[in-house]
Design a protein around this ligand. Structure first.
Ligand code: ADP
Ligand code: MG
Ligand code: MG
Length: 528
């Protein structure tokens, strides 16, 4: 079935002259409000350029948006329970650990921390559940009729032809019209792409996006449409996670530590968190350090406090540490172990990071597993509904079946390793090559297979730094991220909430759409 299409929020194309002028204004708006990034190609610390963005907010069905928002605290709690279920994590990851050195190193830290005795039982989760709309309906027409309104088959009029016309008298006329209807399956139900438990970014930048989209719509004479754009308070919501955790730590002289990359290209997103906290809580001092600097500049005292510049660290917020390249030597691993052993509240704790692996996502979709964590009620059904097909590639009957399925129709799937940060997945014909190569190798267990989601298309303009203005109209697809904050111990949850969203949009024929990787563009939802 072909990909369905959503109508753009205003008719396209926009007149050339108006388009050029509004893009000029929008770029300046972006620059002057910090919707920016550092340039990877020509790096200069003093220069910030616009982050790529979509000129018009992309349409998103309101009911599905609300569903995603409502489900977030439920997903937060689910991940919190998963992160605290030692046996489940161990069993789920055991095969991948044999062949994936990076995940094995994280796992070793978790084992060491538990062996030594957990110093800080409280974890801070600043999470992001990523979802796409699946445009295909999973049912046959017959099933849909039974499940209405679940799949909402719609009668769409495709033409109205005046097939007869006459007069009955001077004031009475009648028309004989023939309408042709097409039954259209309106799938467009949310499916989860993944669940991020570490360095979930773009909460800050996308908090500015509704305001920017409102400005653009007004400049285009469509100010009446802004009522359909939800507010986004992701930045302040995420920052309350850090300040609430700080207060739970309860030491007035303590500081907050952001773990950052050697070079932060996504600097605006990170710095806005610091500015927001500084504004609301002038008593809290924030430091930014790389893992290497943490190795050199921190120590554990006798109370296992992490000491930085003679002050204990209350909260450690990782914006780095999620991919192998961020641990070039054993020093970075030692630093990570030191932090995990300390009494600081970590965002995330090491077990949260392990719970965010693709392998865990796949295990949660297996029969009976959600029920184990959530019981068998209606809420469990709602969560299961947003799961796409996820398959283990372990060396057992299920794994062999999954390999056969993928070899038979590779385009239907995405092959995913235990990695974060984008650019690691395998698509299309490459899946066949990878699986043929790994079929009899243990390496296979480090991957999972996922049904490929086919989101609806929408036409739009992507504005990129340095690109020709105006850009062409292109077919785009979107990915919505919902942010959640959860703070708690194994047995007690202090805070659990949904705090905002982010939308990023990419060319319809691109496999991935990471904004920091230069593939996707920032966006904001226009609710239908
Ligand atoms: P990462 O943790 O590296 O971000 P993701 O699972 O989010 O890994 O995959 C990266 C990107 O690949 C997503 O943002 C999305 O664009 C695309 N992608 C991942 N899974 C699917 C899927 N099942 N269907 C369609 N696209 C997908
Ligand atoms: Mg991820
Ligand atoms: Mg992702």
């Amino acid at each position: 079935m072909s990909q369905s299409r959503l109508k753009s929020c205003i008719p396209l194309p926009i007149d050339h002259k108006i388009l050029v002028s509004v893009i000029e204004k929008a770029k300046d708006w972006a620059l002057m409000h910090g919707v920016g990034m550092r340039d990877k190609k020509h790096f200069n610390k003093d220069v910030i350029q616009i982050a790529p963005f979509v000129l018009l907010p992309s349409p998103f069905p309101r009911t599905e948006f609300n569903k995603a928002v409502e489900l977030q605290p439920i997903l937060n709690e689910l991940m919190h329970k998963v992160a605290h279920d030692d046996e489940f994590l161990e069993k789920t990851l055991q095969n991948a650990l044999q062949v994936d050195e990076f995940t094995a190193n994280l796992f070793d830290i978790w084992v060491k921390v538990r062996e030594e005795g957990i110093t800080q039982p409280i974890s801070l989760g600043m999470l992001r559940s990523d979802i796409m709309l699946e445009s295909r309906c999973p049912h046959t027409e017959n099933q849909c009729a039974k499940h209405t309104p679940y799949c909402s088959w719609k009668q769409v009029e495709i033409n109205s032809i005046a097939s007869g016309f006459g007069h009955l008298g001077p004031s009475l006329s009648f028309g004989l019209f023939r309408s042709d209807y097409l039954m259209q399956r309106d799938g467009n139900r949310i499916k989860q792409v993944e669940f991020n438990t570490i360095a979930s970014s773009f909460g800050a930048l996308t908090s500015h996006l509704p305001s920017m989209s409102r400005y653009i719509l007004r400049q285009l004479g469509h100010g009446d449409l802004i009522k359909n754009m939800p507010e986004n308070r992701a930045l302040s919501g995420l920052c309350t996670g850090i300040t609430d955790a700080y207060d739970l730590f309860g030491v007035p002289s303590a500081v907050v530590l952001f773990v950052v990359e050697e070079v932060s290209y996504n600097i605006c997103d990170q710095r806005f968190h610091e500015f927001e906290i500084s504004e609301k809580r002038p008593d809290i001092m924030i430091y930014r350090k790389t893992l290497n600097e943490i190795y050199e500049e921190t120590r554990l005292n006798e109370k296992k406090q992490l000491i930085l510049e003679d002050r204990p660290v209350a909260v450690v917020y990782y914006r780095s540490g999620y991919e192998p390249a961020q641990y070039p030597t054993s020093k970075e691993w030692d630093a990570r172990l030191r932090v995990e052993k300390s009494s600081a509240i970590k965002c995330p704790s090491i077990h949260y990071q392990l719970a965010g692996t693709k392998k865990v996502q796949q295990a949660l979709a297996a029969p009976g597993v959600l029920e184990k964590f959530m019981g068998a009620g209606a809420t469990t059904g709602r969560v299961r509904d947003i799961f796409a097909g996820l398959y283990s590639l372990d060396f057992d009957e299920n794994g062999e079946r999954a390999v056969d399925m993928a070899l038979a129709d590779a385009e239907r799937f995405v092959l995913k390793p235990q990695r974060e940060g984008g650019g690691n997945n395998v698509y299309g014909a490459d899946i066949r090559d990878a699986l043929l190569r790994m079929r009899h190798s243990r390496e296979r267990a480090a991957y999972i297979l996922m049904e490929r989601i086919l989101p609806p298309l929408v036409a739009g303009y992507v504005v990129r730094p340095g690109a020709a203005v105006p850009p062409p109209i292109t077919d785009l697809v979107s990915e919505l991220g919902i942010f959640g904050v959860i703070i708690g111990t194994k047995d007690k949850i202090y805070c659990n909430k949904q705090v905002g969203h982010m939308l990023r949009t990419k060319l319809a024929d691109a496999n991935e759409g990471g904004v920091a990787a230069g593939l996707g563009a920032l966006d904001s939802p226009y609710l239908l």
